[in-house]
Ligand binder design. Structure first.
Ligand SMILES: C[S@@+](CC[C@H](N)C(=O)[O-])C[C@H]1O[C@@H](n2cnc3c(N)ncnc32)[C@H](O)[C@@H]1O
Length: 471
């Protein structure tokens, strides 16, 4: 038995000893590393619908309520004791948000070593992640042109936040964080690496916990909560051993205990029990979880920057960019102009059993993009005497031109990407980057087809996202 299996066995024994129930007659935790999927939970018997697969007592969830760290450092966690800067310029004294709090709690429990009640759980958290925040410069180049910009990946912001809000708490409270260890303290770079590891674990493993009445009362005593969502973040042992996909077959119910139940009429022997992380495009799945799956391509999105549309408009109308900038400044006085437009399909929703039965369709490019182009065309009408019919034609030509320009911004063509994906020796990160950029290009080509057919007025269903232009 290798260390991986030993760690799994110790974790399962710990889980049961702490009051967790796991249907070992139906399920097995298996090593799925050969599919790059870590551990997963597999059905070893046929499982009927609505079967309770496992339950997790709330006491074994790790968060600011269950860990003793928040009692030891109430001034760090308790907003009532904070003295925040009213201007909001300096957030160092502000209460920590739920994400940062959980990172600190995990670091604390990790540093306690065997003294931590959660050691067997922490021992099975990954040491490394495949999320782009850990990629090298060369690996990141493969994402050029995609939605996953350096800003979106957020390495610099994460470093700054961890250095400003997390590391000082550890360094100023060494007697608390290292109380179980006589030995060496971690240096700043080791602490930062640990904070990143725990931050990534929170991103890929933590659950938003829906609260019962009892716990809401506790909130009034000053527990840290997600102020926007009014949910508490926590690590939920065993529930977070479930891998996930766009089609899924299990659900986590948040009651007195957390309970995982099967959704399908029948879950055949050998099938993996799968959770659902949401209708995420592959780019977002990669950013948060470090993997992509074919099923999530239906939710792929592409971002069309206004910059490219404006250039296309200038070329189409033979207007200089200086003139367009003036029009933009004039329009910005009255209108909220957008800097990016999101292209996405109407993808429908999984049914009650986690199946996808709806064929995703791109119904339009982006109504907001259409509006903004028309706004510019109207504004330009005085100096460029285009009538309405002509304006519609120009609009289609401009969007088509911008879509082609966007497709050229990726360093490779679709054909090159398809050829790369056929290679057996393509590295894991490279492959995932190619999947992300190819998914975006397929969507852009669909949009181009739509515009070229003049079929861009379908009613739009589904989520929308706008990004306001800074004035
Ligand atoms: C909540 S954990 C699931 C348990 C994880 N497999 C483990 O061994 O700890 C989420 C992580 O599992 C992996 N994962 C989840 N679903 C996956 C899938 N369908 N294919 C590949 N990896 C997956 C990703 O690395 C993700 O960040």
């Amino acid at each position: 038995m290798d260390n991986f299996e030993k760690a799994t066995d110790l974790f399962l024994a710990w889980f049961k000893a702490e009051g967790g129930e796991f249907r070992e007659d139906l399920l097995e935790i298996q090593d799925l590393r050969s599919h790059d999927a870590g551990r997963g939970i597999i059905a070893i018997e046929e499982i009927p619908q609505n079967t309770t697969l496992f339950t997790i007592p709330r006491e074994i969830i790790i968060n600011v309520r269950t860990s003793t760290l928040s009692q030891k450092l109430p001034h760090v966690f308790n907003p009532a004791n904070s003295s925040s800067d009213e201007d909001g310029d300096d957030d160092v004294d502000e209460p920590l948000d739920s994400w940062t709090s959980l990172i600190l709690v995990l670091m604390y429990e990790y540093l306690r070593g065997p003294a931590s009640k959660w050691k067997p759980y922490i021992d099975i958290l990954p040491l490394t992640f495949s999320t782009p925040i850990f990629w090298s410069g060369d690996e990141l180049k493969e994402l050029d042109g995609t939605c996953l910009t350096a800003e979106k990946i957020g390495k610099r912001e994460a470093d700054e936040m961890l250095k400003r809000r997390v590391l000082p708490v550890v360094m100023q409270n060494e007697s608390v964080f290292y109380e179980e260890q006589g030995g060496d303290r971690l240096g700043e770079s080791e602490l930062l690496a640990l904070a990143h590891r725990m931050g990534s674990a929170v991103m890929a493993y933590a659950f938003d916990l829906e609260e019962g009445q009892e716990e809401e009362e506790e909130e009034e005593e000053g527990w840290v909560e997600d102020r926007e969502g009014r949910t508490m973040l926590g690590m939920v042992p065993m529930a977070d051993l479930l891998n996930a996909d766009a089609e899924f077959n299990a659900h986590v119910n948040h009651g007195d205990k957390l309970e995982v139940t099967s959704l399908r009429d029948n879950l055949p022997i050998g099938s993996e029990v799968l959770n659902y992380y949401g209708p995420l495009p592959c780019s977002e799945l990669l950013r948060r979880y470090g993997y992509v799956t074919p099923g999530h391509h239906r939710y792929d999105v592409a971002e069309m920057p206004w910059r490219l549309v404006r250039l296309a408009l200038g070329k189409e109308l033979d207007v200089s960019d200086d003139e367009l900038v003036k029009v933009q400044e004039m329009l910005q006085e009255k209108e909220d102009l957008e800097e990016y437009f999101i292209l996405e399909r109407d993808s429908g929703e999984p049914d009650a059993q986690g199946r996808l039965t709806y064929e995703p369709q791109l119904r339009d490019t982006s109504p907001e993009l259409e509006e903004q182009v028309k706004l510019f065309l109207k504004a330009l009408k005085k100096s460029h005497s285009a009538d309405k019919r002509k304006r519609d034609e120009v609009h289609h030509d401009v969007v088509a031109r911008a879509l082609r320009a966007k497709l050229r911004e990726y360093p490779t063509t679709m054909e090159e990407d398809e050829a790369l994906l056929l290679k057996d020796d393509l590295g894991k990160r490279h492959r995932m980057a190619v999947e992300v950029r190819l998914g975006e290009k397929i969507l852009l080509r669909e949009a181009l087809g739509l515009v070229q057919r003049g079929d861009n007025d379908g009613e739009r269903v589904g989520k929308k996202m706008k990004m306001k232009m800074e004035v």
